[in-house]
Design a binder for this molecule. Structure first.
Ligand code: PAF
Length: 283
């Protein structure tokens, strides 16, 4: 099986997409930062179900990392990523440099309100501006018909939907369920930072969230349930809990029992920050 076509310039990306469009092919995009795992590959599979051509971008976006975060140590493994894309049947890999995406003098920022307030933004204030800016650029560069985002980064998914709606970006956003290991741990490139002992603790996160969501759905008080979840996570061995919060599933406004809900959490194990989320079934 031949691998994906690899392009690293916007001009070459556009030329390839133009060629496909001229023959009437629909294009699905999967934006990634590389270090591809089974979660990403499931996004590629969804893309291949929704379009004849699948484009995967691999770009570790400096704009979404704070100076104190893990930009330098973020896993980069392009050769392995391209092998995985070949096995998965992706057609095109866009692997731009930082200079291609942010040439000298770059001075624009896209800032999304609504679902980006609170949760991650309380702890990573510049994160969603960085994500929204790079996703807008990627969509304008590639002009895909649709793009696939994982529910694992649930707030990011809501922010990208809002961005497309507000800016009339003609890209259909498709969500794909979180891929988990057999213990319920959500696949994440940052899991690579965890020791075996930390992995054992990390695997308890989803169970605590599922139990808390079930309690909320059956009428438990929101404040006491989320603080009991925080205590349970600390007892399980997480060093710090940034938040465990119930939100309305689409807008991420405060949760109301008569609406679809989502329970979201961010926790620390040593120097690694993990996020996860689960549905709160409607009462
Ligand atoms: O989810 C990610 O990997 C990144 O935030 C994204 C969407 C590729 C933007 O850099």
């Amino acid at each position: 099986m031949s691998g994906p076509i690899i392009v690293d310039s916007v001009a070459a990306l556009r030329a390839q997409i133009r060629e496909w469009r001229q023959t009437g092919l629909r294009v699905a995009m999967v934006p990634t930062m590389g270090a591809l795992h089974d979660g990403h590959i499931s996004l590629v599979r969804t893309a291949l179900e929704r379009a004849e051509r699948c484009l995967v971008s691999i770009f570790v976006n400096p704009a979404q990392f704070a100076p104190t975060e893990d930009l330098d140590k973020y896993p980069r493994q392009l050769a392995r990523d391209l092998d995985r894309l070949r096995e998965a049947g992706a057609h095109l890999a866009f692997t731009p440099t930082v200079a291609e995406m942010y040439p000298a003098g770059f001075a624009t920022k896209i800032s999304v309100g609504g679902p980006s307030s609170g949760l991650e933004t309380d702890f990573r204030p510049a994160f969603f501006d960085g994500v929204a800016t790079v996703v807008t650029k990627l969509f304008l560069q590639a002009a895909p018909d649709c793009a696939v985002f994982g529910e694992k980064d649930y707030q990011q998914l809501c922010v990208v939907r809002q961005l497309c709606r507000d800016l009339n970006l003609p890209v259909e956003i498709i969500d794909a369920p979180t891929v988990r290991d057999s213990h319920g741990l959500a696949m994440s490139s940052r899991n690579a930072y965890l020791s075996e002992a930390e992995l054992d603790v990390a695997r308890k996160l989803n169970a605590v969230l599922r139990q808390t969501a079930a309690e909320l759905a059956s009428g438990a008080n929101e404040t006491s349930s989320t603080s009991a979840a925080t205590d349970a996570l600390v007892r399980a061995g997480f060093r710090k809990v940034d938040y465990v919060a119930a939100r309305e599933a689409v807008t991420l406004a405060p949760w109301r029992r008569d609406r679809d809900g989502r329970l979201l959490a961010a926790v620390w194990l040593g120097t690694t920050r993990l996020i996860d989320n689960v549905e709160i079934p409607r009462a």
